[in-house]
Write a protein that binds this ligand. Structure first.
Ligand SMILES: Cc1ncc(COP(=O)(O)O)c(C=O)c1O
Length: 480
């Protein structure tokens, strides 16, 4: 047999460099353990509890009836005659089908997505931001937020004066950013969120990170995740003002990852969109270049697998925007099912329509349950010896700082593992709970964390918290 034409030595080295912790070695091991349990292997637990990924429906969240009905009717238009579907859903399905070529969601759409849905998105943003105008031609429908984020990072990937482009990302960060920056051979410029003040962000730290990176790269963009993943904080309006000023003063493109905008649980926190704050600040900040992202994967929909999302591109030079559009056109269009899901997100039933009551009831129940789980996880973990835990103000995660005893650090070193990965592996093997070590997201040197989702349903979450407590007590006893 001749050697394979593709070898590790001759493929794109950026593929080897990139890492994606949320689906890393721990998650692979969790999958193996599930198979071992199926084969009847004896373990100190009978199930794996996956608290590693923000996949809402995988952990039992129910889909919204309205959204699924809209999908059903657009996929199977013969059901438009069925008395089993409410008239308001039928009306919406017809509107979408009328704007599809051949009246079918099986056809390609315009590359930025169906005009009718883009217009619905713009109207939704105007309602959300209390009448600040949104131009539907600034809206690009995307297959989840991910491809939008990747296409913007790709757009700015340009060597200038011999320097590689840099992207400022919060630490801890969501690993899509580190993975994509590595894939595109750009430079990740870390700025640290301040754990002691609830993962807030300050201008001094932005400035430090910006200045220090100048020697080895050319910073082009600033990423902000609000509400935060993995940190669960909701930025204050003052914080957002500071960030906008900083981006403007340093000519950085702002990427506002706002996929968790509906996931705010803390009664003292409120979501402010970057667009709205920028607008309220007036000129010159109102002209800041901004791209903001939303997705059907999060919020109260949790439709991760449908792959729906959009980005709003604001104040971009028209010639550059034309290049962005061209590159998106080369990918034909985002999947139409995701586009229908976006339509359901931004154009929900209104008071007086037949689907309204049920829609509101289901939406509120999902959000109330998420809030309850956010509080439960925070309350429980705060009681663990050696833990420092900020509250889950929003999003779907908690990111506690853990004290790992020196003996455990030494044991991790013997196994050539990061101490937090060692902790997470021990937790998985002894209790079946799968979390992600903090090193996958980035953390201040010398500190250890992990990320857990709040997503298992309440009963399972209570069980998980109890198993976690038992594990932690034993871990501390063993290594103290
Ligand atoms: C902060 C953040 N941005 C973007 C995404 C990507 O989500 P999707 O591509 O499913 O919309 C996620 C997913 O977890 C996320 O947490």
């Amino acid at each position: 047999m001749p050697p394979k034409c593709l070898q590790l030595e001759n493929i794109n080295p950026n593929f080897i460099a990139m890492e994606y912790a949320v689906r890393g070695p721990l998650v692979i091991r969790a999958g193996e353990i599930e198979k071992e349990l199926e084969r009847g292997m004896k373990k100190p637990f009978d199930q794996v509890i996956r608290a590693n990924t923000g996949d809402c429906q995988a952990t039992g969240q129910q889909p919204l009836t309205f959204l699924r009905q809209l999908l059903t009717l657009t996929l199977e238009p013969r059901l438009l005659d069925s008395p089993d579907y409410p008239e308001d859903v039928k009306k919406r399905a017809r509107l979408i089908l009328d704007s599809c070529y051949g009246h079918s969601v099986g056809s390609y759409t315009e590359s930025a997505g169906l005009e009718v849905v883009r217009r619905q998105v713009a109207a939704f943003i105007e309602r959300r931001d209390e009448c600040i105008p949104s131009d539907w031609q600034n809206i690009y429908l995307t297959a989840g937020a991910t491809p939008g984020i990747k296409s913007i990072l790709s757009l700015i990937n340009c060597q200038l004066g011999g320097k590689t482009p840099g992207v400022m990302v919060p630490i801890p960060q969501y690993p899509l950013y580190s993975a994509t920056i590595a894939e595109y051979a750009m430079v990740k410029v870390d700025y640290y969120l301040e754990e002691e003040t609830g993962w807030s962000l300050n201008r001094k730290e932005l400035q430090r990170s910006y200045c220090e990176c100048q020697q080895h790269c050319n910073p082009r963009a600033l990423v902000v995740i609000n509400p935060g993943n993995p940190t669960g904080q909701v930025l204050t309006r003052d914080n957002i003002v500071e960030i906008i000023k900083f981006a403007y003063d340093n000519q950085l493109l702002l990427l506002a990852d706002e996929v968790y905008q509906d996931n705010v649980y803390d009664k003292n926190s409120k979501f402010y969109s970057f667009k709205k704050v920028m607008h309220e600040m007036g000129e010159p900040y109102r002209s800041q270049e901004l791209v903001s992202f939303l997705s059907t994967s999060k919020g109260y929909l949790g439709e991760c697998g449908l792959r729906g999302g959009y980005m709003e591109v604001i104040n971009m030079c028209p010639q550059v925007k034309a290049m962005l559009t061209k590159s998106i056109t080369a990918g034909l269009c985002s999947n139409t099912i995701g586009q229908v899901a976006v339509s359901a997100l931004v154009n929900p039933p209104q008071p007086g329509e037949p689907s309204y009551e049920r829609y509101v009831c289901e939406k509120n129940a999902t959000l109330a349950s998420l809030k309850e789980r956010a509080e439960l996880v925070h309350k429980t973990l705060s009681g663990f010896e050696g833990y420092k835990v900020n509250p889950v103000q929003g999003a779907m995660y908690i990111f506690p700082q853990i004290e790992i005893p020196p003996k455990a650090i030494a044991a991790a070193k013997d196994k050539n593992m990061a101490p937090d990965a060692f902790y997470a592996f021990e937790l998985l093997e002894s209790s079946g709970i799968c979390i992600v070590p903090g090193s996958g997201f980035g953390q201040k040197p010398g500190t250890y964390h992990f990320r857990s989702t709040i997503l298992p349903q309440t009963d399972k979450l209570k069980l998980m918290m109890e198993k976690f407590r038992v594990f932690h007590d034993e871990f501390i006893k063993k290594y103290k």
